[in-house]
Design a protein around this ligand. Structure first.
Ligand code: HEC
Length: 243
């Protein structure tokens, strides 16, 4: 039998429609669509709460040393939970300069630009208490914040937090280093005590110091009374010191 193409397609549509009406498969199962209400459950939602303690796949952060900086007893850990090498420290420097230096300063003295504009001045990393503080304490401050400082857990992932802590340790070491700790080649680039630095040495700033910031006067339109309006140097913070 020969049928025209038009008749054939009409036949196909008809038979499809007939099948569709009588289908009894999973399409028709009684089920809830996501986010729809329910009269079956007392709380009126179709969604059930996950069983207490449920952990999403891939987020089982069992390693408390790495993820929380604590040991099994909940104390700040003293040793890094990752291997620290030059690459890690350089990564830490880069992250530190982005996320921490605006307040803590490039060398960790607590005189970052935001502080110079009136934010509470953090302690220098070079005070004895923080030089002796365990690495877990620094990790904890980044993860949970500390006093007036908000936490940086959303911006800095755990591995980078450890890299930053490693860099802070490098800053602390550098600030208290002896010239004999430097390789010979680096020693020659530092002016001897009491001598004027050479031109080459001058063009190679080792670290910014306080006077490097005085060329950032506050915008003249800043009303007086606003912290930082007077130009260089932050007015003392009006926030209470954390004990
Ligand atoms: C917006 C400014 C700001 C930024 C950015 C900031 N901090 Fe702080 N930080 C503070 C202030 C202010 C304090 C002092 C808080 C207080 O005592 O109330 C502080 C305190 C600290 C302390 C000392 C805690 C103690 O035991 O006294 C550490 C360590 C620290 N911050 C690390 C970091 C690191 C690491 C970063 C970058 C990831 C960072 N901070 C970014 C403002 C900042």
């Amino acid at each position: 039998m020969k049928i025209s193409p038009i008749a054939a397609s009409a036949l196909a549509v008809l038979s499809f429609a007939a099948l569709g009406c009588s289908r009894l498969d999973m399409q028709d199962q009684p089920k809830y669509r996501p986010q729809r209400p329910s009269q079956f459950f007392a709380d009126g939602r179709s969604e059930r709460q996950p069983v207490e303690g449920t952990i999403a796949r891939g987020t089982l952060d069992e390693d408390t040393a790495f993820y929380q900086g604590k040991d099994a007893a909940g104390k700040d850990i003293e040793a890094f939970p990752i291997a620290v090498d030059k690459k890690v420290i350089e990564r830490g420097q880069q992250r530190y300069d982005i996320y921490c230096a605006p307040c803590h300063g490039r060398i960790g003295n607590g005189l970052g630009m935001i502080v110079r504009r009136g934010f509470k001045q953090p302690p220098s990393y070079h005070i004895d208490r923080l030089r002796q503080a365990p690495v877990g304490h620094f990790y904890d401050v980044i993860t949970n914040g500390y006093g007036a400082m908000l936490n940086y857990s959303a911006q800095v992932e755990p591995r980078d937090r450890w890299a930053i802590v490693a860099y802070i340790r490098a800053l602390q070491y550098a600030e208290n280093a002896n010239i004999n700790d430097l390789p010979q080649e680096a020693r020659s680039r530092i002016p001897a005590a009491g001598t004027a630095p050479s031109k080459a040495q001058q063009s190679e700033p080792i670290a910014p110091n306080d006077t490097d910031f005085s060329n950032f006067p506050a915008v003249p339109a800043t009303p007086s009374g606003v912290p930082g309006a007077a130009g260089a140097g932050a007015a003392p913070s009006n926030q209470p010191e954390r004990k």
